[in-house]
Design a protein around this ligand. Structure first.
Ligand code: E4P
Length: 217
């Protein structure tokens, strides 16, 4: 399963890329709005760091506007993946952009029918938002299971990009279900590294080693 980081913050991306674990980045208007500076420059910088898919979202809500913004975003760097919301306008824009050879990430997916329709119009990625479904009292990962089943049945090439991830359990479940990609905030990726027994174990190894060395002199 590929790992993307869900952020517009260059420093966070640099730190994760340096670990060699990062396959791509997802941004959205809310994330980029938190960063200072020109969003095109930020996206360019991110693409140079990651050299993998970098989702950048349109803010237009009509098809013509989405096409104009999408083509402009794609001109920033060859790694940009155009993100469009799942609406009828977004579906139309996805179909056109995909036919032009652009990769499109259809976002704000909250049902299996939405994912299926996005796949039918050539989305490169669909982004089910699991955390936001959990937030309203449902089990977000059930949606991922449904999409995995449907895409397996029809061998859609569209990749399932699990989004709105809130904790390492979402990451583990996504991997067990066979999702193609998980995108997580840097804080969740940090949690994926941690286990207290690793820290305790390492401390004990080093202490035992030091003790043995001291006994030899
Ligand atoms: C995905 O592409 C979105 O940017 C993101 O995962 C949304 O997550 P949130 O629900 O934490 O805002």
């Amino acid at each position: 399963m590929k790992l993307f980081v869900d952020t517009g913050n260059v420093k966070e991306i640099e730190a994760l890329a340096a670990l060699g674990i990062l396959d791509g980045v997802t941004t959205n208007p809310s994330l980029l709005a938190k960063e200072s500076g020109d969003y095109r420059q930020i996206l360019k910088q991110i693409c140079q760091i990651v050299r993998g898919p970098v989702s950048a979202e349109v803010v237009a809500t009509d098809t013509a506007g989405m096409l104009r913004e999408g083509r402009d975003l794609a001109s920033i760097d060859e790694h940009v993946v155009i993100k469009v919301p799942f609406t009828k306008d977004g579906v139309r824009a996805c179909k056109t952009l995909a036919s032009e050879g652009q990769r499109v990430n259809v976002t704000l997916i909250f049902s299996a029918t939405q994912a299926w329709l996005a796949a039918k119009v050539g989305a490169a990625y669909v982004s089910p938002f699991v955390g936001r479904l959990d937030d309203v009292g449902t089990t977000g990962m059930n949606l991922v299971r449904e999409i995995v089943d449907i895409f397996d049945n029809f061998e859609f090439p569209t990749e399932i990009l699990v989004a709105s991830v809130r904790n390492p359990i979402h990451v583990v479940e996504a991997a067990r279900m066979g999702a193609d990609v998980v995108t997580a905030p840097a804080a969740v990726i940090e949690q994926c590294f941690k286990h207290p027994l690793t820290d305790i174990g390492l401390e004990r190894f080093l202490k035992d080693w030091e003790k043995a060395q001291a006994a030899k002199v």
